[in-house]
Design a protein around this ligand. Structure first.
Ligand SMILES: Nc1nc2c(ncn2[C@@H]2O[C@H](COP(=O)(O)OP(=O)(O)OP(=O)(O)O)[C@@H](O)[C@H]2O)c(=O)[nH]1
Ligand SMILES: [Mg+2]
Length: 694
């Protein structure tokens, strides 16, 4: 047998052995490469001394390449196929990132406690560090999850080949890439999305149940979006034109999925996808609807306000991206701070807004007009904006109102949308340019002379931001503990009320007290607990606002927060509501001889018997609502803080890490600043030329 095979090459076992030996040798060569890379690495914990010069490294690398080339030839000569790689690198990196995330969790105070008690200020700083690092890890993970669409440079090249005029955006992309300004990437991605899509996005905002989804169903003439009385929409949903009805969902962690429009509820509703646990990043519904023509896109968003769910954060993140914001105000309730904040946020993003009083069938016509006037007046007095307010309803018999509004505010946009979209993108480009220019200028200004005092000051600012982030995390923990304690606060509330009764009887021995008295005492006791939570939130908001304002003053730049900017997260705090308390309590046979303690205990028992259940039930509702409020408020606080702090940290990081600018880097900075300024003038010229906008 063996003789027969001679001259025909290797048997299968020998071939396998040859392949694994080569693979093993190659793995060792890769380790040598890793040693080479490590000696060049900028890691603060280098494993190897760099005693190899770049020239030597190059020679080593060349020998490795030769060995590899030989291996490939030998294997090919034996007809052995080199197996394709088994793992995706993006996936592998994301898996490793999850371990990086865990590693940073290990520096939190609770994990360090085993090694001895930490000084409180260090604990705060470590919490801030862990938050900051885990934030970056999660953004990097999200970036990798985008796949190829994350390659902004390549997308720009495609646009250019298609004939778009993108001088300014290219200058931005180059500056952002060259100087590692990752914090500006999301804004740049939005702009590129818009340039590619050539669409005009009309988004509908408003509090939970204000009728957003119902209105959009009406506009497209089909009941596609799920509606209902509880919080419904959990993920922003785009309605676009398509010849056939069809829906597509994109996810942070898996491939996009196409599905039947009838299954939309499974992806977008709070009921089926609570707090967006499926990590849907984008939903597009294509419909053959007349009103979705020529690039007009409608966007349904998760509700805002005190009943809002986790989706509200997505709505806020999405808000600056739309081209027109329709803000719904429910005619059946009142104008709130949240509504005004939404209008203000649109205004801040340079996005036009149309304010609409929804469910206009609910009030009588006279009340409706009064409500419209009221809203108009408040927008003027509170925000200094003069905006038309229209009333609409989806009910039969009110189509005229809806059609009037559409004819006046929306349909004219259809003809002008290409021009409007261009203007909208230009505004976004302008805002991004200001940010990028400020970052580049700061790098120039602080370079070279970031000696001693300057560097130390910048480092202090960094520490302060980190502590502020840590304080937010700690305050959140404390508030969660306080709301946990609310779950069984009924006993304490009853005790306080009983104490108050004993107190009144010392001054008026015969006073008979009714339910209203007890209710007031119990609610006041609960309010004190809320006040403690509120003051923690307030303190965290003020301190972190101060840290931001101080950093902003040092770094310069346009978009500077005020010290109390973060304070308005503190709103709509839930109140303890006991309802009516039907009971009466008289001093009766309670004798002062028996001692106050004993009297109080008896009263407690009486209240407990008559109303204990009612009070416990109210306390548990109060606890749950408060917990939800704390969660929401801190998410809001955190994201507002991060929206500034991310950019500042990145800038501070670059300013403090070293070192005077190298000649090359300085040259690059100058080039990029000049390119941005040049693109700016180019844009201005184009905008001045009449009819030049296409
Ligand atoms: N009377 C009346 N009720 C309406 C009108 N529009 C919507 N509704 C009702 O209001 C409730 C909420 O409607 P949705 O369209 O789900 O509200 P939404 O703003 O999308 O709510 P979320 O997605 O939860 O934020 C539903 O019960 C609708 O039937 C209207 O014009 N008049
Ligand atoms: Mg909805």
């Amino acid at each position: 047998m063996d003789d027969e095979r001679e001259g025909q090459g290797l048997n299968p076992s020998q071939r396998r052995h040859l392949l694994t030996s080569c693979q093993y040798a190659d793995k060792l060569l890769s380790e040598i490469e890793a040693v080479l890379a490590a000696s060049q690495s900028k890691s603060p914990f280098p494993k190897y001394k760099s005693d190899i010069s770049p020239a030597q490294a190059k020679v080593v690398q060349d020998y490795i390449s030769r060995m590899r080339a030989q291996v490939v030839r030998i294997l090919a000569g034996q007809g052995i196929q080199i197996p394709a790689p088994m793992f995706g690198s993006a996936h592998s990196i994301r898996v490793t990132l999850s371990f990086v995330d865990i590693a940073f969790d290990e520096v939190r105070a609770k994990r360090m406690a085993g090694y001895g008690k930490l000084p409180p200020s260090v604990a705060t700083e470590l919490a801030g560090l862990a938050d900051e690092m885990q934030g970056i890890v999660s953004r990097l993970g999200a970036y990798l999850a985008q796949g190829e669409s994350g390659d902004l440079g390549r997308r720009l090249q495609r646009l250019e080949r298609a004939g778009s005029d993108i001088v300014a955006v290219k200058a931005l992309e180059r500056a952002i890439g060259r100087h590692g300004l990752v914090e500006f990437r999301p804004a740049l991605a939005t702009i590129i999305d818009r340039l590619e899509g050539d669409s005009f996005e009309i988004a509908v905002f408003g509090r939970v149940s204000s009728g957003k989804s119902s209105l959009l169903n009406h506009i497209v003439g089909q009941d596609v979006l799920p509606v209902g009385v509880n919080p419904i929409t959990a993920v922003p949903t785009r309605l676009v034109y398509g010849a056939e009805p069809r829906a597509t969902a994109w996810f942070a962690d898996r491939k996009p999925e196409q599905f039947d429009v009838g299954r939309l509820a499974e992806f977008v509703t709070e009921q089926h996808n609570p707090a967006n646990r499926d990590h849907v990043t984008r939903i597009v519904v294509e419909l053959p609807a007349a009103r979705l023509q020529e690039g007009i896109v409608y966007v349904d968003t998760p509700g805002l306000g005190s009943l809002a769910t986790a989706g509200a954060a997505e709505t806020k993140a999405y808000l600056p991206r739309c081209d027109l914001g329709v803000v719904l105000i429910d005619a059946g309730s009142t104008l709130t701070e949240d509504d005004l904040a939404t209008i203000q946020a649109l205004y801040d993003a340079g996005t036009p807004a149309s304010v609409v009083l929804s469910k206009a069938d609910l009030p009588a016509p006279a009340d409706r007009d009064r409500a419209r006037q009221y809203v108009t007046d408040h927008i003027r007095s509170d925000l200094g904006l003069s905006l038309p307010v229209d009333a609409v309803s989806i009910k039969d018999g009110y189509t005229e109102l809806l059609e009037n509004w559409l004819a006046k505010e929306i349909l004219p946009l259809y003809d002008r949308h290409a021009e409007l979209a261009r203007q909208s993108v230009n505004r976004k480009i302008g805002a991004l340019r200001l940010g990028v220019e400020a970052a580049l200028k700061a790098r120039m200004k602080h370079s070279g002379h970031s000696h001693g005092a300057d560097a130390a000051r910048l480092q202090d600012l960094e520490t302060e931001l980190r502590k502020a982030a840590g304080r937010i995390a700690e305050a959140r923990g404390e508030c969660m503990n306080l709301t946990d304690a609310l779950l069984d606060c009924a006993g304490g509330l009853i005790r306080t009320a009983a104490g108050a009764l004993v107190e009144t009887w010392t001054s008026d021995r015969n006073a008979v007290r009714g339910g209203a008295f007890l209710k007031a005492r119990i609610e006041a006791a609960a309010a004190e607990k809320s006040a403690r939570i509120a003051s923690l939130v307030e303190e965290a908001a003020l301190k972190s606002g101060r840290a931001l304002a101080k950093t902003a003053r040092t770094l310069g730049g346009e978009d500077r927060p005020e010290e109390d900017d973060l304070l308005d997260v503190l709103k709509d705090m839930p109140r303890f509501d006991l309802g009516n308390l039907e009971m009466e309590i008289a001093p009766g046979a309670i004798s002062s001889l028996l001692g106050r303690r004993w009297v109080r205990a008896r009263i407690e028992r009486r209240i407990g018997k008559a109303a204990g259940r009612q009070i416990s039930a109210a306390a548990s509702v109060y606890a749950r609502v408060s917990q939800a409020w704390v969660r929401r408020t801190f998410t809001d606080l955190q994201s507002r803080f991060d929206s500034y702090a991310d950019a500042y940290r990145a800038q501070l990081g670059r300013l403090t890490t070293n070192r005077a600018l190298g000649l090359e880097e300085e040259q690059a900075l100058r080039e990029d600043l000049a390119a941005l300024a040049g693109a700016d003038q180019g844009d201005a010229a184009r905008q001045d030329a009449p009819g030049a906008i296409t």
